[in-house]
Design a binder for this molecule. Structure first.
Ligand SMILES: [Zn+2]
Length: 433
């Protein structure tokens, strides 16, 4: 659908969060809220005083542009259209912040009586009006569903041990965060009313390109299939957002559901799916990124290589001051419990320098036997240990470099592996908290 032909239809009734919210989002949210650590984090953020929110609002007031009808009649109208479509009665403050990266987020106003949305200048510049309806609908959807109540990033990067989750809970949190994005996308779809508009926004988000270079992207899915084919063990499990092609498929499922069709007073085409069917389709898409720890494929190499990988993996796990539960769990799944424990014991006995000497000795033997591509694959497969706890510590990067050097990889290839790790962190910031 072209921008000119976009005729917005008014929903026949108020969109119902209970129907729109993905079942998986609802169920995982409840399970997480029932855990002690998550409740502690929620209390710290909500805390009753609104001071955390006030600090963020002050930051926006100082560094961004608050949208009023006179500051930007265009953006004010887009916001009003979204509010009308979602029948949102609470106050919404919209800010635009200068940034070359397409991004946005939503949080409650400090008084708890409305929502604050921040959109980057790149999003405003690159997105068409219809795509901005999708983006703002998505962000307000997060707000309406109260996703901000569960502070995901604070739990992924805990400031102290009282907020540290175990492996299963971190994975559950990430699964919930990805499901929450799909729920929010559904609000975006109610506003832009056409999954092809959502797809165009995802093409822009993926590429940073303006519309003149982009088509409709019907085969964007193939990118996903190719990713699935080439991914290394466990890649995807640590993402806070679903891969964009997954979001495209989920958007289509919702737009073809009876709920969506009936929300606009029954359309020309009968719905293809029941709402349960749409939820099931989304569930099937999302599970591709799931972190079922029993599904981590263990590595299978010759004994000498496995010995090297266990030492290298433990070094990475121990690089950010302490050996995290999640990292150690991964190591045991990748190399087996025996080898992981042997590496831990050796680290305790040998001391850092002797430990590193052993890594170099084993690495040299492997580099004699394997070609560069083989060594690179080993570095990437074990490098995952550095990201599984949700952040990459500078010491972990230094250890990764050392492991690459032990395998006699040239520095430009080690850079590739290091960038792969950093990429995981960048993506974390995309499209909203
Ligand atoms: Zn989002």
């Amino acid at each position: 659908m072209s921008e000119q032909s976009l005729k917005l239809r008014m929903p026949v009734r108020s969109p119902e969060p209970g129907w729109i919210r993905l079942e998986r989002d609802h169920a995982l949210f409840q399970q997480l809220v029932d855990t002690h650590v998550v409740r502690t984090a929620m209390e710290q953020v909500e805390g009753g005083s609104g001071q955390v929110l006030l600090a963020e609002k002050r930051r926006q007031l100082a560094a961004s542009l608050r949208i009023t009808p006179s500051v930007s009649p265009y953006l004010h109208k887009v916001l009003e259209a979204v509010r009308k479509l979602l029948r949102l009665e609470q106050a919404v403050e919209l800010y635009v912040t200068p940034s070359p990266v397409i991004n946005a987020f939503c949080m409650p106003l400090p008084d708890g009586k409305g929502l604050l949305v921040v959109v980057t200048s790149a999003a405003v510049d690159l997105f068409s009006r219809a795509e901005l309806l999708f983006l703002m609908g998505h962000e307000l959807g997060h707000g309406i569903l109260g996703h901000h109540r569960l502070p995901g990033s604070a739990l992924l990067n805990p400031s102290d041990d009282s907020l540290r989750l175990g492996f299963d809970e971190v994975m559950k949190l990430l699964c919930w965060m990805r499901a929450a994005e799909i729920s929010a996308d559904r609000y975006g779809l109610i506003c832009c009313q056409d999954p092809s508009i959502a797809t165009r926004s995802f093409l822009k988000l993926a590429s940073g390109l303006p519309g003149q270079y982009l088509g409709t992207g019907e085969d964007f899915d193939d990118q996903m299939d190719d990713w699935a084919k080439h991914r290394i063990a466990g890649e995807g499990m640590d993402e806070t957002h679903p891969l964009l092609p997954i979001r495209v498929r989920c958007a289509h499922a919702f737009a073809e559901s009876d709920y969506f069709v009936e929300l606009f007073g029954a359309g020309e085409a009968p719905p293809r799916l029941s709402m349960e069917g749409a939820d099931e389709a989304c569930h099937a898409e999302l599970t591709q990124m799931d972190a079922d720890p029993s599904h981590i494929d263990s590595l299978d190499y010759a004994e000498e290589v496995m010995g090297f990988l266990s030492l290298a993996g433990f070094l990475l796990a121990a690089s950010d001051d302490h050996v995290g539960t999640v990292e150690y769990h991964w190591l045991t799944q990748l190399v087996g419990r025996d080898l992981a424990e042997r590496a831990r014991a050796f680290a305790g006995e040998a001391g850092y320098e002797a430990y590193c000497r052993e890594i170099f000795a084993l690495g040299a033997g492997i580099a004699d036997d394997l070609d560069r591509a083989g060594c690179m694959k080993l570095l990437q497969e074990i490098g995952i240990i550095a990201v599984v706890d949700g952040h990459v510590h500078p010491n972990e990067l230094a250890s990764l470099r050392m492991i690459g050097e032990a395998l006699r990889l040239p520095s430009h290839l080690i850079d590739v592996a290091a960038k792969d790790l950093g990429r995981g962190e960048d993506r974390r910031l995309r499209l909203g908290a």
